[in-house]
Ligand binder design. Structure first.
Ligand code: PPE
Length: 305
């Protein structure tokens, strides 16, 4: 990863190398923490704008609330700190990573009195699954790891520990020579990928799994709004892995992945084996929106002056 200069830690900026924690940091041992991933894009005037900042910070606080963690700053302070982190590092585009974790103090599972700490880092981050993946589409494999049950982990929280499930799936898929894992829920229906929401297009209708066992993706919500404005029909409905095989198009969405086409699943070619017309139109529109080229969606962007 490309280093930047400063990291916001518990209310102030510290040099990148000095943003360190003790090995007895509670979250390192037990995984109770929450985080966000946010992108910042350069507009045509060369200025950075953060995409859907308020929604991401709202989800950070919601995630903490679900886990019973009280963030010791108001939402507005964290929002401003995100803007400042882009600014002090003189980034025009990049990825922001706010992280809320329990510091050291007590050990054991019920150490609720440890300090709640907040870090915000930012760095440049290109195409998540490679530039070729964005252009040509990626290859998925159904994971042998199920997406966690809604009563095992809290799937609405973007919690640190939840990502053990994602990493098991992502690493398995890559070791088998695929780009990403398609994960099924504990009822056997398609849920999402290790770090992206999943969509299929069939007979002109876009389908994505309902929010029951998937992360409530902010790109997912943005894409649904864009589809609506493009006059494309969509629904939230459960579907099976074999329905993905016979879809005309499949794509994934996420902050890091943006809109990434899928060209193959479990060795079956999807549609024509290249990004289809709905996916391409959506990629184009998403690109224009995040760069501030469509006035209607300017309020999705927070300028970094
Ligand atoms: N599902 C999962 C499990 C997930 O991790 C993400 C984001 C999404 C869906 C899409 O959510 P949203 O970003 O709000 O549209 N995954 C983050 C992790 C990337 C990483 O490798 O770290 C991201 O895209 O930032």
């Amino acid at each position: 990863m490309e280093k930047t200069e400063q990291i916001w830690l518990d209310g102030q900026f510290v040099p990148w190398e000095r943003a360190q924690v003790h090995v007895l940091t509670h979250t390192l041992h037990y995984g109770l923490g929450v985080f966000e991933g946010i992108r910042c894009y350069e507009d045509k005037n060369g200025r950075p704008n953060i995409f859907r900042l308020k929604e991401h910070i709202r989800r950070l606080f919601d995630s903490a609330h679900i886990l019973g963690i009280k963030i010791p700053f108001p939402q507005t302070v964290i929002e401003t700190a995100c803007v400042e982190t882009i600014k002090v590092n003189r980034l025009r585009s990049g990825y922001l990573r706010p992280l809320v974790f329990l510091g050291d103090g007590e050990m054991g599972l019920a150490a609720v009195h440890n300090p709640v700490r907040v870090a915000i880092a930012a760095w440049p981050w290109g195409a998540y699954l490679g530039e070729e993946g964005v252009q040509r589409g990626v290859r998925l494999r159904t994971s042998s790891f199920q997406r966690m049950h809604v009563n095992t982990f809290m799937t609405k929280a973007k919690a640190v520990g939840n990502y053990v499930n994602s990493i098991l799936a992502a690493v398995e898929a890559r070791q088998a020579g695929f780009d990403e894992a398609m994960m099924l829920d504990t009822d056997g229906y398609v849920a999402e990928c290790s770090g992206e929401n999943l969509f299929i297009v069939r007979n002109g209708v876009v389908k994505t799994p309902p929010l029951t066992s998937v992360l409530e993706g902010i790109t997912r919500a943005s894409v649904l709004a864009l589809l609506e404005s493009m006059g494309v029909r969509w629904c939230e409905e459960r579907f099976t892995r074999d329905e993905t095989y016979i879809a005309d198009e499949v794509f994934m969405t996420g902050t890091a992945a943006e809109v990434t086409p899928v060209r193959e699943i479990d060795g079956r070619v999807i549609g024509e084996g290249r990004p289809g017309p709905v996916t391409r139109a959506l990629q184009e529109r998403f690109r224009a929106v995040v760069r501030g080229e469509i006035q209607e969606y300017r309020d999705w962007l927070t300028p970094v002056d």
